[in-house]
Design a protein around this ligand. Structure first.
Ligand code: NAP
Ligand code: MG
Length: 500
Protein backbone atom coordinates (compact mmCIF):
# COMPACT_ATOMS: atom_id res chain seq x y z
CA UNK A 1 0.00 0.00 0.00
CA UNK A 2 2.81 2.41 0.87
CA UNK A 3 4.20 3.67 -2.41
CA UNK A 4 7.04 5.40 -0.54
CA UNK A 5 8.31 2.31 1.27
CA UNK A 6 10.95 2.10 -1.46
CA UNK A 7 12.44 5.48 -0.51
CA UNK A 8 15.90 4.43 0.74
CA UNK A 9 16.07 7.40 3.09
CA UNK A 10 13.25 6.07 5.27
CA UNK A 11 14.15 3.91 8.24
CA UNK A 12 12.85 0.36 8.61
CA UNK A 13 10.62 1.47 11.50
CA UNK A 14 8.95 4.06 9.28
CA UNK A 15 8.44 1.78 6.29
CA UNK A 16 7.01 -0.90 8.61
CA UNK A 17 4.58 1.60 10.07
CA UNK A 18 3.63 3.01 6.67
CA UNK A 19 2.86 -0.40 5.24
CA UNK A 20 0.78 -1.46 8.26
CA UNK A 21 -3.00 -1.21 8.37
CA UNK A 22 -3.75 2.14 10.05
CA UNK A 23 -6.23 2.06 12.89
CA UNK A 24 -7.73 4.56 15.30
CA UNK A 25 -7.37 4.14 19.07
CA UNK A 26 -10.80 3.83 20.67
CA UNK A 27 -11.37 2.40 24.14
CA UNK A 28 -7.92 0.83 24.25
CA UNK A 29 -8.33 -1.00 20.94
CA UNK A 30 -7.05 -0.24 17.47
CA UNK A 31 -10.04 -0.14 15.16
CA UNK A 32 -11.20 0.77 11.67
CA UNK A 33 -14.07 3.17 11.05
CA UNK A 34 -17.44 1.54 11.67
CA UNK A 35 -18.34 2.23 8.01
CA UNK A 36 -15.06 0.75 6.76
CA UNK A 37 -14.39 4.05 4.95
CA UNK A 38 -10.87 5.43 4.63
CA UNK A 39 -9.34 8.70 3.50
CA UNK A 40 -6.14 9.17 1.50
CA UNK A 41 -2.92 10.58 2.95
CA UNK A 42 -0.75 12.50 0.47
CA UNK A 43 2.94 13.15 0.12
CA UNK A 44 2.94 16.91 -0.57
CA UNK A 45 6.31 16.70 -2.33
CA UNK A 46 4.83 14.54 -5.10
CA UNK A 47 1.05 14.74 -4.76
CA UNK A 48 1.00 10.92 -4.52
CA UNK A 49 -1.12 8.96 -2.06
CA UNK A 50 1.12 7.48 0.66
CA UNK A 51 -1.48 5.40 2.43
CA UNK A 52 -5.07 5.39 3.73
CA UNK A 53 -6.39 6.00 7.25
CA UNK A 54 -9.85 5.45 8.73
CA UNK A 55 -12.51 8.03 8.01
CA UNK A 56 -14.34 8.43 11.30
CA UNK A 57 -17.94 9.63 11.25
CA UNK A 58 -20.56 10.36 13.90
CA UNK A 59 -20.88 6.73 15.06
CA UNK A 60 -17.11 6.43 15.58
CA UNK A 61 -17.07 9.75 17.40
CA UNK A 62 -19.85 8.45 19.61
CA UNK A 63 -17.91 5.28 20.41
CA UNK A 64 -14.81 7.31 21.29
CA UNK A 65 -16.70 9.81 23.44
CA UNK A 66 -18.58 7.01 25.24
CA UNK A 67 -15.23 5.35 26.03
CA UNK A 68 -13.74 8.63 27.29
CA UNK A 69 -16.87 9.28 29.37
CA UNK A 70 -16.68 5.85 30.98
CA UNK A 71 -12.93 6.22 31.58
CA UNK A 72 -13.57 9.54 33.30
CA UNK A 73 -16.65 8.56 35.34
CA UNK A 74 -15.60 5.05 36.33
CA UNK A 75 -11.99 4.50 35.35
CA UNK A 76 -8.78 4.81 37.35
CA UNK A 77 -7.22 7.80 35.55
CA UNK A 78 -8.81 10.79 37.34
CA UNK A 79 -8.47 8.91 40.66
CA UNK A 80 -4.87 7.82 40.19
CA UNK A 81 -2.24 9.47 42.37
CA UNK A 82 -0.72 12.54 40.70
CA UNK A 83 2.72 10.99 40.85
CA UNK A 84 1.53 7.90 38.98
CA UNK A 85 -0.04 10.13 36.31
CA UNK A 86 3.20 12.10 36.14
CA UNK A 87 5.15 8.87 35.65
CA UNK A 88 2.98 7.85 32.69
CA UNK A 89 3.56 11.26 31.07
CA UNK A 90 7.32 10.90 31.58
CA UNK A 91 7.16 7.43 30.02
CA UNK A 92 5.36 8.86 26.98
CA UNK A 93 8.16 11.43 26.63
CA UNK A 94 10.79 8.67 26.79
CA UNK A 95 8.99 6.61 24.15
CA UNK A 96 8.64 9.56 21.76
CA UNK A 97 12.32 10.32 22.27
CA UNK A 98 13.27 6.72 21.50
CA UNK A 99 11.38 7.08 18.23
CA UNK A 100 12.70 10.55 17.37
CA UNK A 101 14.00 9.69 13.89
CA UNK A 102 10.85 7.80 12.99
CA UNK A 103 8.59 10.67 14.05
CA UNK A 104 10.74 13.18 12.16
CA UNK A 105 10.44 11.03 9.03
CA UNK A 106 6.68 10.68 9.36
CA UNK A 107 6.28 14.40 9.95
CA UNK A 108 8.43 15.26 6.94
CA UNK A 109 6.65 12.84 4.62
CA UNK A 110 3.17 13.75 5.72
CA UNK A 111 3.42 17.51 6.20
CA UNK A 112 6.26 18.28 3.75
CA UNK A 113 8.54 20.02 6.26
CA UNK A 114 12.30 19.35 6.17
CA UNK A 115 13.29 16.19 8.05
CA UNK A 116 16.16 18.18 9.60
CA UNK A 117 13.69 20.67 11.09
CA UNK A 118 11.26 18.04 12.40
CA UNK A 119 14.24 16.31 14.02
CA UNK A 120 15.46 19.37 15.94
CA UNK A 121 12.16 21.19 16.50
CA UNK A 122 8.87 19.30 16.26
CA UNK A 123 9.91 16.07 17.96
CA UNK A 124 12.17 17.44 20.75
CA UNK A 125 9.55 20.08 21.62
CA UNK A 126 6.98 17.27 21.82
CA UNK A 127 9.21 15.36 24.24
CA UNK A 128 9.72 18.52 26.33
CA UNK A 129 5.99 19.14 26.51
CA UNK A 130 5.25 15.69 27.98
CA UNK A 131 8.17 16.00 30.44
CA UNK A 132 7.18 19.51 31.52
CA UNK A 133 3.56 18.48 32.07
CA UNK A 134 4.67 15.33 33.87
CA UNK A 135 6.05 17.66 36.55
CA UNK A 136 2.81 19.63 36.81
CA UNK A 137 0.74 16.52 37.63
CA UNK A 138 1.98 16.66 41.25
CA UNK A 139 1.73 20.43 41.62
CA UNK A 140 -1.94 21.09 40.94
CA UNK A 141 -3.49 22.32 44.15
CA UNK A 142 -6.15 24.58 45.61
CA UNK A 143 -5.93 27.20 48.34
CA UNK A 144 -7.23 27.71 51.85
CA UNK A 145 -9.19 30.95 52.06
CA UNK A 146 -9.95 33.21 55.01
CA UNK A 147 -13.66 34.15 54.97
CA UNK A 148 -14.87 37.62 55.83
CA UNK A 149 -17.90 35.81 57.29
CA UNK A 150 -15.68 34.91 60.23
CA UNK A 151 -13.62 32.23 61.89
CA UNK A 152 -16.48 29.78 62.19
CA UNK A 153 -15.75 28.41 58.74
CA UNK A 154 -12.93 26.54 57.13
CA UNK A 155 -12.88 27.10 53.36
CA UNK A 156 -10.66 25.70 50.69
CA UNK A 157 -10.66 25.09 46.95
CA UNK A 158 -10.12 21.87 45.03
CA UNK A 159 -8.78 21.98 41.47
CA UNK A 160 -10.53 19.15 39.64
CA UNK A 161 -10.27 17.84 36.08
CA UNK A 162 -12.91 19.30 33.80
CA UNK A 163 -13.95 15.89 32.47
CA UNK A 164 -14.13 14.56 28.92
CA UNK A 165 -12.20 16.78 26.54
CA UNK A 166 -12.54 16.95 22.75
CA UNK A 167 -9.33 18.13 21.10
CA UNK A 168 -9.20 19.12 17.43
CA UNK A 169 -5.84 19.94 15.87
CA UNK A 170 -4.42 21.22 12.57
CA UNK A 171 -1.71 19.99 10.22
CA UNK A 172 1.12 22.52 10.57
CA UNK A 173 2.87 20.82 13.54
CA UNK A 174 0.90 17.58 13.73
CA UNK A 175 2.79 15.80 16.53
CA UNK A 176 3.59 18.92 18.53
CA UNK A 177 -0.03 20.14 18.42
CA UNK A 178 -1.11 16.73 19.72
CA UNK A 179 1.38 17.10 22.59
CA UNK A 180 0.30 20.67 23.41
CA UNK A 181 -3.23 19.34 23.79
CA UNK A 182 -2.76 15.87 25.31
CA UNK A 183 -0.02 16.51 27.89
CA UNK A 184 -1.75 19.16 30.04
CA UNK A 185 -5.17 17.47 29.83
CA UNK A 186 -3.60 14.20 31.01
CA UNK A 187 -1.67 15.94 33.80
CA UNK A 188 -4.99 17.32 35.05
CA UNK A 189 -6.68 13.89 34.99
CA UNK A 190 -9.02 14.45 32.05
CA UNK A 191 -9.95 11.87 29.45
CA UNK A 192 -9.73 12.75 25.79
CA UNK A 193 -10.93 12.29 22.24
CA UNK A 194 -8.30 13.74 19.91
CA UNK A 195 -9.16 14.37 16.25
CA UNK A 196 -6.13 14.62 13.99
CA UNK A 197 -6.09 16.78 10.86
CA UNK A 198 -7.14 14.97 7.69
CA UNK A 199 -3.95 16.16 5.93
CA UNK A 200 -1.50 14.83 8.54
CA UNK A 201 -2.75 11.85 10.53
CA UNK A 202 0.39 9.66 10.52
CA UNK A 203 2.46 10.88 13.48
CA UNK A 204 -0.66 11.07 15.67
CA UNK A 205 -1.62 7.48 14.84
CA UNK A 206 1.92 6.35 15.67
CA UNK A 207 1.78 8.33 18.91
CA UNK A 208 -1.47 6.52 19.77
CA UNK A 209 0.44 3.23 19.67
CA UNK A 210 3.03 4.62 22.09
CA UNK A 211 0.33 5.99 24.43
CA UNK A 212 -0.99 2.46 24.63
CA UNK A 213 2.52 1.12 25.26
CA UNK A 214 3.08 3.71 28.02
CA UNK A 215 0.26 2.11 29.98
CA UNK A 216 -2.61 4.58 29.71
CA UNK A 217 -5.81 2.82 30.82
CA UNK A 218 -8.35 2.05 28.06
CA UNK A 219 -10.47 5.01 26.99
CA UNK A 220 -8.27 7.72 28.57
CA UNK A 221 -7.00 8.88 25.19
CA UNK A 222 -8.94 8.05 22.04
CA UNK A 223 -7.38 9.13 18.75
CA UNK A 224 -9.54 9.44 15.66
CA UNK A 225 -8.93 10.39 12.04
CA UNK A 226 -11.52 11.93 9.77
CA UNK A 227 -12.72 15.10 8.12
CA UNK A 228 -13.71 18.30 9.88
CA UNK A 229 -17.35 18.13 8.89
CA UNK A 230 -17.72 14.35 9.31
CA UNK A 231 -15.79 13.84 12.57
CA UNK A 232 -14.81 17.24 14.00
CA UNK A 233 -18.30 18.73 13.95
CA UNK A 234 -20.08 15.84 15.75
CA UNK A 235 -17.23 15.76 18.28
CA UNK A 236 -17.52 19.49 19.04
CA UNK A 237 -21.30 19.16 19.39
CA UNK A 238 -21.36 15.92 21.43
CA UNK A 239 -23.51 16.17 24.58
CA UNK A 240 -21.19 13.94 26.64
CA UNK A 241 -18.15 16.14 26.02
CA UNK A 242 -17.41 18.67 28.79
CA UNK A 243 -14.85 20.77 26.99
CA UNK A 244 -13.51 21.37 23.51
CA UNK A 245 -9.98 22.61 22.82
CA UNK A 246 -9.43 23.63 19.21
CA UNK A 247 -6.48 24.84 17.13
CA UNK A 248 -7.04 25.96 13.55
CA UNK A 249 -8.65 28.71 11.54
CA UNK A 250 -10.64 31.55 13.07
CA UNK A 251 -13.49 30.62 10.73
CA UNK A 252 -13.78 27.06 12.09
CA UNK A 253 -13.15 28.40 15.61
CA UNK A 254 -16.44 30.31 15.32
CA UNK A 255 -18.22 27.10 14.22
CA UNK A 256 -16.79 25.32 17.27
CA UNK A 257 -18.23 27.99 19.56
CA UNK A 258 -21.67 27.48 17.99
CA UNK A 259 -21.42 23.69 18.17
CA UNK A 260 -20.44 23.90 21.84
CA UNK A 261 -23.54 25.89 22.75
CA UNK A 262 -25.84 22.82 22.88
CA UNK A 263 -24.59 21.65 26.27
CA UNK A 264 -22.57 24.81 27.04
CA UNK A 265 -19.33 22.89 27.04
CA UNK A 266 -16.25 24.94 27.90
CA UNK A 267 -14.21 26.13 24.92
CA UNK A 268 -10.62 27.20 24.35
CA UNK A 269 -9.36 28.26 20.93
CA UNK A 270 -5.94 28.79 19.41
CA UNK A 271 -6.61 30.50 16.08
CA UNK A 272 -5.00 32.44 13.29
CA UNK A 273 -2.77 35.48 13.22
CA UNK A 274 -1.28 38.22 11.08
CA UNK A 275 1.67 38.95 13.27
CA UNK A 276 3.60 42.22 12.88
CA UNK A 277 7.38 42.42 12.93
CA UNK A 278 8.79 45.88 13.74
CA UNK A 279 12.35 46.73 12.73
CA UNK A 280 13.67 49.97 14.20
CA UNK A 281 16.62 51.83 12.63
CA UNK A 282 19.01 50.94 15.46
CA UNK A 283 18.44 47.17 15.14
CA UNK A 284 21.47 45.00 14.36
CA UNK A 285 20.84 44.74 10.65
CA UNK A 286 22.28 41.29 9.97
CA UNK A 287 20.44 39.56 12.75
CA UNK A 288 17.25 41.50 11.94
CA UNK A 289 17.46 40.28 8.33
CA UNK A 290 18.06 36.66 9.35
CA UNK A 291 15.48 36.81 12.10
CA UNK A 292 12.69 38.48 10.17
CA UNK A 293 13.21 36.13 7.20
CA UNK A 294 12.93 33.13 9.46
CA UNK A 295 9.93 34.74 11.24
CA UNK A 296 7.95 34.29 8.01
CA UNK A 297 9.69 31.41 6.21
CA UNK A 298 10.02 28.94 9.10
CA UNK A 299 7.69 25.99 8.48
CA UNK A 300 6.94 27.55 5.06
CA UNK A 301 4.99 30.31 6.76
CA UNK A 302 2.49 27.72 7.98
CA UNK A 303 2.65 29.03 11.54
CA UNK A 304 -0.20 30.77 13.29
CA UNK A 305 2.37 33.26 14.63
CA UNK A 306 4.26 33.77 11.32
CA UNK A 307 5.68 37.29 11.06
CA UNK A 308 3.72 38.12 7.92
CA UNK A 309 3.64 41.95 8.19
CA UNK A 310 7.15 43.37 8.17
CA UNK A 311 7.28 47.03 9.20
CA UNK A 312 10.77 48.48 8.68
CA UNK A 313 11.92 52.00 9.42
CA UNK A 314 12.57 53.88 6.17
CA UNK A 315 16.22 54.48 7.11
CA UNK A 316 16.94 50.75 6.88
CA UNK A 317 14.02 49.63 4.71
CA UNK A 318 15.96 48.98 1.50
CA UNK A 319 18.79 47.21 3.27
CA UNK A 320 16.50 44.95 5.29
CA UNK A 321 14.10 44.15 2.44
CA UNK A 322 16.99 43.47 0.04
CA UNK A 323 18.54 41.21 2.67
CA UNK A 324 15.31 39.28 3.31
CA UNK A 325 14.69 38.99 -0.46
CA UNK A 326 18.23 37.73 -1.02
CA UNK A 327 17.75 35.05 1.66
CA UNK A 328 14.38 34.14 0.13
CA UNK A 329 15.98 33.68 -3.30
CA UNK A 330 18.69 31.45 -1.81
CA UNK A 331 16.29 29.06 -0.09
CA UNK A 332 16.52 25.60 -1.59
CA UNK A 333 13.10 24.05 -2.31
CA UNK A 334 13.11 20.24 -2.19
CA UNK A 335 11.12 17.33 -0.77
CA UNK A 336 11.39 17.28 3.03
CA UNK A 337 13.38 14.03 3.09
CA UNK A 338 15.97 15.39 0.65
CA UNK A 339 19.13 16.42 2.57
CA UNK A 340 19.35 19.62 0.48
CA UNK A 341 15.85 20.71 1.56
CA UNK A 342 15.61 24.11 3.25
CA UNK A 343 11.94 24.55 2.47
CA UNK A 344 9.54 21.77 1.52
CA UNK A 345 6.17 21.91 -0.22
CA UNK A 346 3.03 23.34 1.36
CA UNK A 347 0.85 20.74 3.04
CA UNK A 348 -1.88 20.28 0.46
CA UNK A 349 -3.18 21.14 -2.97
CA UNK A 350 -5.80 23.33 -1.26
CA UNK A 351 -3.14 25.30 0.67
CA UNK A 352 -1.05 25.61 -2.50
CA UNK A 353 -3.93 27.19 -4.43
CA UNK A 354 -4.88 29.36 -1.50
CA UNK A 355 -1.38 30.81 -1.09
CA UNK A 356 -0.77 31.28 -4.83
CA UNK A 357 -4.19 32.94 -5.01
CA UNK A 358 -3.10 35.43 -2.34
CA UNK A 359 0.13 36.23 -4.18
CA UNK A 360 -1.85 36.82 -7.38
CA UNK A 361 -4.37 39.00 -5.57
CA UNK A 362 -1.49 41.08 -4.17
CA UNK A 363 -0.12 41.62 -7.67
CA UNK A 364 -3.58 42.52 -9.02
CA UNK A 365 -4.03 45.05 -6.24
CA UNK A 366 -0.70 46.70 -7.13
CA UNK A 367 1.95 45.08 -4.93
CA UNK A 368 5.48 44.54 -6.26
CA UNK A 369 7.32 41.23 -6.02
CA UNK A 370 10.74 41.68 -4.40
CA UNK A 371 11.34 37.90 -4.26
CA UNK A 372 9.42 34.75 -5.18
CA UNK A 373 6.05 35.05 -6.86
CA UNK A 374 3.28 32.70 -7.96
CA UNK A 375 5.48 30.36 -10.05
CA UNK A 376 7.74 28.00 -8.08
CA UNK A 377 9.65 26.46 -10.96
CA UNK A 378 9.31 22.98 -9.37
CA UNK A 379 7.41 20.68 -11.70
CA UNK A 380 5.58 18.54 -9.16
CA UNK A 381 4.50 18.79 -5.54
CA UNK A 382 2.86 21.73 -3.80
CA UNK A 383 5.85 24.08 -3.73
CA UNK A 384 5.57 27.85 -3.34
CA UNK A 385 8.66 30.05 -3.44
CA UNK A 386 9.29 32.27 -0.42
CA UNK A 387 7.80 35.57 -1.48
CA UNK A 388 8.38 39.18 -0.45
CA UNK A 389 5.78 41.79 -1.44
CA UNK A 390 6.40 45.53 -1.32
CA UNK A 391 4.26 48.54 -2.26
CA UNK A 392 1.27 47.18 -0.39
CA UNK A 393 -1.37 49.23 1.40
CA UNK A 394 -3.29 48.45 4.59
CA UNK A 395 -6.54 47.64 2.77
CA UNK A 396 -5.10 44.91 0.55
CA UNK A 397 -6.18 41.31 1.23
CA UNK A 398 -2.54 40.24 1.54
CA UNK A 399 -2.05 42.72 4.38
CA UNK A 400 -5.36 42.05 6.15
CA UNK A 401 -5.86 38.29 5.87
CA UNK A 402 -3.91 35.32 7.15
CA UNK A 403 -2.16 33.69 4.17
CA UNK A 404 -0.57 30.79 6.07
CA UNK A 405 2.23 30.47 3.55
CA UNK A 406 5.73 31.89 2.94
CA UNK A 407 4.55 35.36 1.94
CA UNK A 408 5.52 38.57 3.72
CA UNK A 409 4.34 42.14 3.10
CA UNK A 410 7.15 44.62 3.75
CA UNK A 411 6.05 48.14 4.64
CA UNK A 412 8.24 51.16 5.44
CA UNK A 413 7.47 53.50 8.33
CA UNK A 414 8.83 56.90 9.06
CA UNK A 415 6.96 57.62 12.25
CA UNK A 416 8.99 58.85 15.19
CA UNK A 417 5.93 58.48 17.35
CA UNK A 418 5.78 54.99 18.86
CA UNK A 419 2.01 55.24 19.20
CA UNK A 420 1.61 55.61 15.43
CA UNK A 421 3.77 52.57 14.68
CA UNK A 422 2.06 50.47 17.30
CA UNK A 423 -1.32 51.54 15.96
CA UNK A 424 -0.41 50.19 12.53
CA UNK A 425 0.90 46.97 14.03
CA UNK A 426 -2.30 46.56 16.03
CA UNK A 427 -4.54 47.30 13.03
CA UNK A 428 -5.76 43.70 12.60
CA UNK A 429 -8.53 41.46 13.91
CA UNK A 430 -5.79 39.14 15.20
CA UNK A 431 -3.52 39.36 18.24
CA UNK A 432 -1.41 36.25 18.45
CA UNK A 433 2.21 37.39 18.32
CA UNK A 434 4.62 40.16 17.34
CA UNK A 435 8.34 40.82 17.29
CA UNK A 436 10.37 43.95 17.87
CA UNK A 437 13.89 44.45 16.57
CA UNK A 438 15.93 47.18 18.28
CA UNK A 439 19.00 47.68 20.48
CA UNK A 440 17.11 50.28 22.53
CA UNK A 441 16.03 48.46 25.67
CA UNK A 442 13.57 51.07 26.78
CA UNK A 443 11.90 51.24 23.36
CA UNK A 444 11.66 47.43 23.22
CA UNK A 445 9.85 47.20 26.56
CA UNK A 446 7.56 50.15 25.79
CA UNK A 447 6.52 48.66 22.46
CA UNK A 448 6.10 45.19 24.00
CA UNK A 449 3.57 46.67 26.42
CA UNK A 450 1.59 48.46 23.72
CA UNK A 451 1.28 45.54 21.28
CA UNK A 452 -2.06 43.74 21.56
CA UNK A 453 -0.70 40.22 21.20
CA UNK A 454 -0.38 37.14 23.41
CA UNK A 455 3.34 36.80 22.66
CA UNK A 456 5.93 39.50 22.01
CA UNK A 457 9.46 38.55 21.03
CA UNK A 458 12.35 41.03 21.15
CA UNK A 459 15.23 40.42 18.72
CA UNK A 460 13.90 36.94 18.08
CA UNK A 461 10.74 35.27 16.70
CA UNK A 462 9.25 31.77 16.91
CA UNK A 463 10.86 30.93 20.25
CA UNK A 464 8.62 28.35 21.93
CA UNK A 465 9.00 26.62 25.24
CA UNK A 466 6.74 24.33 27.25
CA UNK A 467 6.99 26.86 30.09
CA UNK A 468 5.79 29.86 28.05
CA UNK A 469 2.05 30.50 27.76
CA UNK A 470 1.00 30.89 24.13
CA UNK A 471 -2.31 32.16 22.79
CA UNK A 472 -4.22 35.00 21.32
CA UNK A 473 -5.66 38.41 22.06
CA UNK A 474 -8.69 39.50 20.00
CA UNK A 475 -9.82 36.99 17.34
CA UNK A 476 -6.70 34.87 17.75
CA UNK A 477 -8.34 32.82 20.43
CA UNK A 478 -9.50 32.09 23.95
CA UNK A 479 -7.17 30.74 26.63
CA UNK A 480 -3.51 29.79 26.55
CA UNK A 481 -1.53 26.72 25.54
CA UNK A 482 1.53 25.57 27.54
CA UNK A 483 3.02 26.93 30.73
CA UNK A 484 1.18 26.83 34.03
CA UNK A 485 -1.66 28.74 32.39
CA UNK A 486 -2.79 25.89 30.16
CA UNK A 487 -3.85 23.96 33.26
CA UNK A 488 -6.76 26.40 33.56
CA UNK A 489 -8.08 24.97 30.28
CA UNK A 490 -8.50 21.53 31.81
CA UNK A 491 -9.34 22.22 35.47
CA UNK A 492 -12.31 23.60 37.31
CA UNK A 493 -12.40 24.95 40.81
CA UNK A 494 -14.62 23.72 43.62
CA UNK A 495 -15.02 25.82 46.76
CA UNK A 496 -15.60 23.74 49.91
CA UNK A 497 -16.81 25.44 53.07
CA UNK A 498 -17.07 23.67 56.40
CA UNK A 499 -18.91 25.17 59.37
CA UNK A 500 -16.68 24.50 62.35
P1 NAP B 1 -9.25 24.27 9.80
O1 NAP B 1 -10.25 23.93 8.78
O2 NAP B 1 -9.59 25.24 10.85
O3 NAP B 1 -8.82 22.87 10.47
C1 NAP B 1 -8.35 22.68 11.80
C2 NAP B 1 -8.98 21.42 12.38
O4 NAP B 1 -10.40 21.60 12.50
C3 NAP B 1 -8.80 20.19 11.50
O5 NAP B 1 -8.67 19.05 12.32
C4 NAP B 1 -10.11 20.17 10.74
O6 NAP B 1 -10.43 18.94 10.21
C5 NAP B 1 -11.08 20.57 11.82
N1 NAP B 1 -12.36 21.08 11.34
C6 NAP B 1 -12.66 21.63 10.14
N2 NAP B 1 -13.96 21.97 10.10
C7 NAP B 1 -14.50 21.63 11.28
C8 NAP B 1 -15.81 21.72 11.85
N3 NAP B 1 -16.83 22.25 11.17
N4 NAP B 1 -16.00 21.28 13.11
C9 NAP B 1 -14.97 20.76 13.80
N5 NAP B 1 -13.74 20.62 13.33
C10 NAP B 1 -13.49 21.05 12.09
O7 NAP B 1 -7.93 24.70 9.12
P2 NAP B 1 -7.44 24.23 7.67
O8 NAP B 1 -8.57 24.13 6.71
O9 NAP B 1 -6.68 23.01 7.88
O10 NAP B 1 -6.57 25.47 7.28
C11 NAP B 1 -7.23 26.65 6.83
C12 NAP B 1 -6.63 27.86 7.41
O11 NAP B 1 -6.66 27.80 8.84
C13 NAP B 1 -5.16 28.03 7.13
O12 NAP B 1 -4.93 28.54 5.88
C14 NAP B 1 -4.77 28.95 8.24
O13 NAP B 1 -5.12 30.26 7.94
C15 NAP B 1 -5.57 28.48 9.40
N6 NAP B 1 -4.83 27.57 10.28
C16 NAP B 1 -4.42 28.03 11.48
C17 NAP B 1 -3.69 27.20 12.32
C18 NAP B 1 -3.21 27.65 13.65
O14 NAP B 1 -2.30 27.05 14.19
N7 NAP B 1 -3.80 28.64 14.27
C19 NAP B 1 -3.37 25.92 11.93
C20 NAP B 1 -3.82 25.46 10.68
C21 NAP B 1 -4.55 26.30 9.89
P3 NAP B 1 -9.82 18.46 8.80
O15 NAP B 1 -8.69 19.35 8.44
O16 NAP B 1 -9.40 17.09 9.11
O17 NAP B 1 -10.93 18.52 7.82
MG1 MG C 1 -9.88 21.97 6.75
Amino acid sequence: MATLSMDPRLSRRTTDFLSSDHRMLIDGRFVAAESGKTLPVYNPATGEVITQVPEAEAEDVNRAVTAARRAFDEGPWPRMSPSERGRVLWKIADLVEEHLEEFAELESLDNGKPFSVARVADVPLTVDMFRYMSGWATKISGKTLPLSAGYDYHSYTLREPIGVVAQIIPWNFPLLMAAWKLAPALACGCTIVLKLAEQTPLSGLRLAQLLDEAGLPAGVVNVITGYGEGAGAPLAAHEMVDKVAFTGSTEVGKLIVKAAAGNLKKVTLELGGKSPVLVFPDAKTDSAIQGTASAIFFNHGQCCCAGSRLYVHEKVFDEVVDGVSHLANEIQLAPGMDPSCQMGPLVSDEQYHRVVGYIESGIEEGANIAAGGPVSGVDRGWFVRPTVLTNTNPRMKVVQEEIFGPVVCAVPFSDKDIDAIVKRANDTIYGLAASVWTENLSLAHKVARCLRAGTVWVNCHNVFDASLPFGGYKQSGWGREMGEEVLNNYLQTKAVTVAL
